[in-house]
Design a protein around this ligand. Structure first.
Ligand code: FE2
Length: 293
């Protein structure tokens, strides 16, 4: 029998890992993230994250300090260019590395970012030269329906490409746009990007060495070195391919969910939700450890 020292402040719980779909997502059970984790538990969780790209912890009751500590298990904080938040009821403060995703309005102004409606598939911060490797989202208030997050495995989608398409995209780079306040790709044709970056269409993960499709319907506008028509045809094929249900896990949020996703090998989208219901999540982000290659 293994004895656990009572002086060990870290939780001795052993996590259970339950896959959420064939290709992406894994629920971590038996872990209370309010308590510090042992180094071997942190390693097991990190390995599961690399294997599944998305981790889900249900029924958590996290303080902002807890969220900051858990984020640190996945790497170094990415600085947030976050807007000045008006705090909703129940919040006396917001720690510096935390951003609010919310449709809640106080005095007619939204208190958080990305307030309303659906969002197409995208990789967070792909418009930057140094995209963030991870995003954490913790749910505080959730509408009665909608606002689901769909996660697509770029790795499984790449593996399923036929050799002819793989040959076409090999070594290609694509331009990714971020246009402030615009979420429709069609809007970006001929529009100046607020910021943009070109990255490989097929990205190699710097920790697993696995290849993944690294373009998305929301932000990728053009494959370099191709005519507009050729680029559009190939991109639309890749978007449709990546978003096939077989590569996607749909997360239906409950209050107290913490979800951590890997932006290097997965993309995500949001479904619409009732605008008259409150939705509030806390978000942190983790710096990339290499430029995409
Ligand atoms: Fe996102």
């Amino acid at each position: 029998m293994t004895m656990v020292s009572t002086s060990d402040a870290a939780t001795a719980a052993t996590p259970e890992f339950v896959p959420l779909s064939k290709h992406i997502g894994c629920e971590v059970k038996g872990i209370d993230l309010r308590k510090p984790l042992r180094p071997d538990t942190i390693s097991a969780i990190y390995r599961a994250w690399l294997d599944h790209a998305v981790l889900l912890f249900r029924d958590q009751d996290l303080s902002q300090e807890d969220l900051i500590r858990v984020t640190g298990h996945f790497g170094e904080f990415a600085p947030l260019g976050r807007p000045a938040h008006t705090l909703p009821k129940g919040f006396s403060r917001l720690l510096p590395n935390i951003m609010m995703i919310s449709n809640i309005r106080e005095n007619g102004e939204t208190i958080g970012a990305l307030p309303d409606g659906e969002m197409m598939f995208h990789h967070d911060t792909i418009h930057r030269e140094d995209p963030h490797k991870a995003t954490l989202l913790y749910s505080v208030e959730i509408p009665t329906y909608g606002g689901d997050t769909l996660f697509a495995s770029g790795t499984a989608a790449y593996d399923a490409l036929d050799a002819e398409v793989k040959a076409k995209v090999e070594g290609r780079r694509a331009v990714n746009y971020y246009v402030y306040n615009s979420v429709v790709r069609g809007d970006k044709q001929g529009v100046d990007a607020t910021s943009q970056a070109a990255h490989p269409v097929i990205r190699t993960h710097d920790e697993t060495n696995r290849k993944a499709i690294y373009v998305n319907r929301l932000m990728t506008v053009k494959i370099e070195g191709m005519s507009e028509q050729e680029s559009d045809t190939l991109l639309n094929f890749l978007f449709d391919h990546c978003e096939k249900p077989e590569f996607v896990y749909t997360h239906v949020w409950r209050k107290g969910d913490l979800v951590v996703w890997d932006n290097r090998c997965s993309s995500h989208a949001r479904t619409d939700f009732p605008s008259d219901q409150r939705r509030l999540l806390l978000r942190t982000t983790v710096k990339g450890t290499s430029r995409p290659y």
